[in-house]
Design a protein around this ligand. Sequence first.
Ligand code: SF4
Length: 153
Amino acid sequence: MAEVKRTYCRICEPKCGLLATVEGPDMVMVRPDPEHPMSQGFACQNGLAIQRIVDDPDRVLRPPRRKAGIPAGPARRQDFEEVSWNDVVREIGGRLREVIDRHGGGAVGGVMGQARCALLRPVRRRRGSLSWSSCSRRSSAPDAGRRRQRAPS
Ligand code: SF4
């Protein structure tokens, strides 16, 4: 029996609200959520095609880690091995801790959102704390344009 689940798009930063119709384990339809407080019934063509991402046989479901001895740079699929989320979080956390211990919190930053936002807004450095850069939904021109062209809900 079909059931509508309230969810959101994970493709880019606005996280537009979506209503997903599911039948058992399968998503059968996606449409914009008119009651989402931020996207208010908008979803772009990428979000509405999210089912194709979910069903993609090449979808990455577990973190790939470059195998030991494989040099940095372009790599082939066989150059990676799957690791558990716990292992990858522990390993990345350990490496970040080393950098922070050696150079201070200002040596580490993060970028959230789309690449174009990351390019437009360099990571700000704050002494002693982690710095983050992200594109704000309210200040992103592409989002403002898209909001004016709402997809029918
Ligand atoms: S703008 Fe499009 S891709 Fe980005 S979160 Fe919204 S629906 Fe998803």
